[in-house]
Design a protein. Structure first.
Lengths: 293, 319
């Protein structure tokens, strides 16, 4: 910042974008610093989560009993979280993409209601869906009980809207001409979808897969109600159960590992997304990774 | 929790009904329904049907001996004992549920207003920003979206603990008496809700504000409007639908929140309707009550949800 800008600021500190910039930076500090502090204390060499006692990897693998690596409770939770993330993404993305293409091609009463139902599933408070599914699993005789299957079913239901919405937004910008051209050149409707439309949807599909995965591994409400015994309790539930009950920094280490998994998924996904977008000649925005269409 | 599709401001141009291509070739007409079918069946089975199960439990009975729920599937035999029990315990002498319901309304309203006061200036600033900082700022603003809600609450549990950093700073290292932040303080729970949900408001707000036709604001300025009046008379009316949709997207999930209060207070003096649901749903004999609370939240949130769905669907099939 040059002298001129400082004196301009001094003479009128409330000049337009200054306040907004200050609010934004203040907000970023407020939203990110506490998490960084929590991550930092996972490297504490002592038991405290509030007093810094030196750097160590004790809570990751050093401690023979309490570290994430050695405490079966903690690493089971982490693996279960990742398992749920992968399984849910594998089911949700194809289901949601097919639903999006289907609803895009099919206009009418039924398709309109289906679209409304999809959007409703998206805004229904998560607790309500979780309790409803809990009652389903406990009150009906089903081929599965509480545990991984129930959790995946609940998560897929809650996440289905993401790929559907992202892909539909993409279909709307693609328009109909390419598909019509393909069919004029002799492609069947199905092969026009497969060979023309689907490749153009790949960036949106990648974005929704990352979004679903990152959202699922952070999920708490559905996975908690639909978990069976302790082996199907994922990381978020472990944090909830122990956060107020004198935990060690191993809990922070567990949360930090989850954070790293999320960030890795997002960064790798974004690199792939950018690459695919550049190849298709479009600049993709990081906003799509938060469900922005 | 989620960012979201918003009502689009302008109709997209490619919507002439004559140019629809489905059905031009035999078999083409069926492709849409066939592709959509699995997703629709999934939603019917695992989204709509479970809501009916809630009704069957709420209007069902309770086993007198084992205190387990007996769902009643046929609406003809529905009994309203459990909903009546809940309704009669909201106000009056036995109004054990009233305070939590009132508290939910106050907390959610306060937190939503605070969220908007924080989110709007930030979303507006980033939407109007250009240049190299924009991408970085956007990534940092979206970052909390990918950090587990539980981890963000855990961070505050650490900071606000009796020997935590916050107390250490305000007591200047133990000279003044500290504050027990984590034992039933409404203000802590409300700020926790704001901290937890504000990222989910910033993203849809930003997405909407980014698309506003700012030429109109420039036009107003050219025609002599001052900056504030251009904002109030052009920008704000244009952004109102976006603001409403973003507020809905943040306060709907807050209505079911119980974990923020559990982690940042743990005291019944700050419990919300989500806590009533969570505390009763696994208690034998009270599952029906939990269902009744679920129904109550559903009834309260159905209008905002329908409003949201209508405003999104109306603004073009693109959602």
């Amino acid at each position: 910042m040059g002298r001129g800008r400082i004196s301009a600021w001094w003479s009128d500190p409330w000049r337009k974008p200054r306040v907004l910039a200050a609010v934004t930076i203040g907000y970023l500090l407020w939203s990110l610093l506490p998490v960084l502090v929590a991550a930092l204390f996972s490297f504490n060499s002592g038991r405290s989560r509030t007093t810094w006692q030196g750097f160590s990897m004790r809570w990751y693998y050093g401690d023979p009993e309490l570290s994430v690596w050695h405490d079966p409770d903690l690493h089971t939770a982490l693996f279960h979280t990742l398992r749920l993330g992968v399984l849910t993404t594998l089911v949700t993305v194809p289901l949601g993409v097919a639903l999006a293409i289907g609803l895009h091609r099919w206009r009418g009463r039924i398709s309109g209601s289906a679209n409304s139902m999809l959007l409703l599933s998206f805004v229904l408070p998560e607790t309500l869906l979780a309790v409803a599914l809990l009652l389903v699993v406990t009150q009906l005789v089903l081929p599965f009980t509480l545990g991984t299957t129930a959790q995946v079913i609940g998560l897929v239901t809650y996440q289905l809207a993401y790929p559907a919405i992202l892909v539909r937004a993409r279909l709307a910008t693609i328009g109909d001409q390419l598909e019509e051209a393909a069919m004029d050149l002799g492609a069947s409707p199905l092969s026009a979808q497969r060979r023309v439309i689907l490749p153009m949807l790949v960036p949106a599909i990648v974005a929704s897969a990352v979004l679903v995965f990152a959202d699922v591994i952070d999920d708490f409400v559905i996975v908690r109600y639909l978990s069976g015994d302790a082996t199907t309790e994922p990381t978020s539930v472990k944090i909830y159960n122990t956060a107020r009950a004198a935990p060690t920094p191993a809990l922070n280490a567990l949360a930090t590992l989850l954070l790293v998994a999320s960030m890795l998924a997002v960064v790798l996904g974004f690199v792939l997304y950018r690459y695919l977008g550049n190849r298709a000649g479009e600049r993709e925005s990081i906003g799509s990774f938060a469900g922005e269409t | 929790v989620t960012a979201a599709p918003l009502p689009a401001i302008q109709e997209s141009p490619d919507r002439e009904p004559g140019s629809r291509r489905a059905g031009r070739r035999p078999g083409g007409r069926l492709l849409g329904p066939i592709l959509a079918l699995p997703g629709i069946v999934w939603l019917l089975l695992f989204f709509l049907a479970p809501l009916y199960v809630v009704l069957a439990v709420v209007f069902g009975g309770v086993d007198p001996v084992f205190r387990t729920v007996i769902p009643v599937w046929n609406p003809v035999y529905w009994s309203s004992d459990q909903p009546i029990y809940v309704l009669t315990h909201i106000v009056g002498d036995e109004g054990i549920f009233g305070p939590a319901l009132l508290r939910t309304a106050v907390y959610v309203l306060t937190a939503s207003v605070l969220c908007l006061l924080i989110a709007f200036p930030i979303a507006y600033y980033v939407a109007r920003l250009s240049g190299r900082w924009r991408g970085l700022l956007l990534a940092l603003l979206i970052a909390p979206f990918w950090i587990s809600y539980m981890m963000r609450m855990l961070a505050w549990v650490n900071l606000l603990a009796n020997d935590g950093l916050v107390n250490r700073v305000i007591t200047l290292g133990g000279i003044f008496p500290g504050v027990e932040w984590l034992s039933g303080r409404s203000i802590v729970v409300i700020l926790g809700l704001v901290y937890g949900y504000v990222p989910y408001m910033i993203i849809p707000l930003y997405a909407g504000l980014d698309r506003l036709p700012y030429e109109l604001v420039e036009g107003a300025r050219d025609l002599g409007a001052s900056r504030p009046s251009a904002f109030w008379r052009v920008t704000w009316p244009m952004s109102r639908p976006i603001v409403i949709a973003s507020v809905l997207l943040t306060c709907l999930p807050m209505l079911g929140d119980y974990f923020t209060s559990d982690l940042l207070s743990g005291s019944p003096s700050t419990s919300m309707v989500g806590n009533l649901i969570n505390n009763t749903v696994l208690t034998p004999g009270q599952t029906g009550q939990a269902g009744a609370f679920v129904l109550l939240v559903l009834i309260v949130s159905i209008l905002p949800m329908v409003y949201y769905v209508r405003s999104v669907s109306r603004s073009d099939g693109a959602v």
